[in-house]
Design a protein around this ligand. Structure first.
Ligand code: ZN
Length: 296
């Protein structure tokens, strides 16, 4: 072996030891958030939600994922509403799997506005809708480019999360409920729902149902975030939130929710991209990447 070859092999060895984890691109993820908002409001029945479905499917197809649309309909407030979950599978031959979920629909009503005359206007959903999808689409690109050693990955984009009535759990999370109730495959080892994690002032408490059902998965994720020195992950167990992880838990999944529920402009017209930041997407996205690509 000549000297030059030996040196270059050493350099390759050193650099590949430096980090085993792919880098989550914050700016690229944030552009997925902005592009969804540019499509307009994305509530059930809107033009925007159709465009958003096309956008998600197109991005996943570019990543060579196996993409499936799960169509369903529900009756809500006496009206039949059409829904569609989008499911993407990477490395379907791998038996150990992690599932990530996020809702892509946005709320049809800005009913947390102080001014009641604004309550029937649909929200832009930059954080509540677009942020989780943005992280999942960035994960898709990374996972497509490099096969994880241990886990195949499933991404589920849930519809009809956000058209509910406050205080009535049955009216929320309808896409994830349909998905969970009709799931026939062996369950993934871990299932993680990501929601409202774009807030520029990010603070992620441990959600109660998640900790109660899946304490080990909560610990694993929070430990990874701690190693990455992401102080945005807090160790206190706060509110219980009926989010898309709940129907998964009810169906027997090992599922948790990563959510920052302290968002002052929640369900208002102020839920716009300027309230969000690329860094917040990175904090959650890189934590998910390190979970997917861990070696042991
Ligand atoms: Zn919402």
């Amino acid at each position: 072996m000549n000297k030059l070859l030996l040196i270059s092999l050493l350099i390759v060895a050193i650099t590949s030891c430096a980090s085993n984890y792919p880098d989550f691109d914050a700016e690229s993820a944030f552009s997925h958030l902005e592009k969804q908002c540019d499509l307009g409001v994305r509530y059930p029945g809107s033009d925007g939600i159709e465009l958003c479905r096309e956008y998600i499917i197109n991005e996943l197809t570019k990543c060579n994922a196996k993409v499936e649309s799960q169509k369903f309909s529900v009756v809500l407030n006496g009206e039949e509403i059409y829904g569609e979950n989008i499911i993407a599978s990477f490395y379907p031959q791998m038996s150990r799997r992690i599932l990530f979920g996020a809702h892509y629909d946005t709320r049809p009503w800005a009913d947390k506005e102080e001014d009641k005359s604004l309550h029937n206007i649909p929200i832009p959903g930059a954080n509540d809708g677009a942020s989780g999808v943005a992280v999942l689409l960035e994960l898709a690109e990374i996972v497509a480019a490099e096969q994880p050693a241990q886990f195949g990955v499933d991404l589920v984009f849930f519809d009809l999360e956000d058209s509910g009535t406050y205080g009535d759990n049955e009216t929320w999370c309808l896409g994830s409920s349909f998905f969970a109730e009709h799931y026939t495959k062996p369950k993934p080892e871990k299932a993680i729902v990501i929601d409202m994690i774009g807030d520029a002032d990010l603070s992620i408490n441990i959600e109660h149902f998640s900790y109660h059902n899946s304490p080990n998965l909560v610990r694993e994720v929070w430990n990874i975030a701690d190693k990455l020195e992401y102080s945005e992950f807090k160790s206190r167990i706060e509110t219980q939130i009926y989010d898309d992880h709940y129907p998964l838990i009810a169906a027997g999944f090992n599922a948790i929710d990563i959510i920052d529920f302290e968002y002052p402009v929640w369900h208002t017209l102020e839920d716009t991209p300027d309230k969000c930041s690329p860094h917040s997407l990175k904090v959650v996205g890189q934590t998910m990447i390190n979970l997917i690509y861990q070696e042991k």
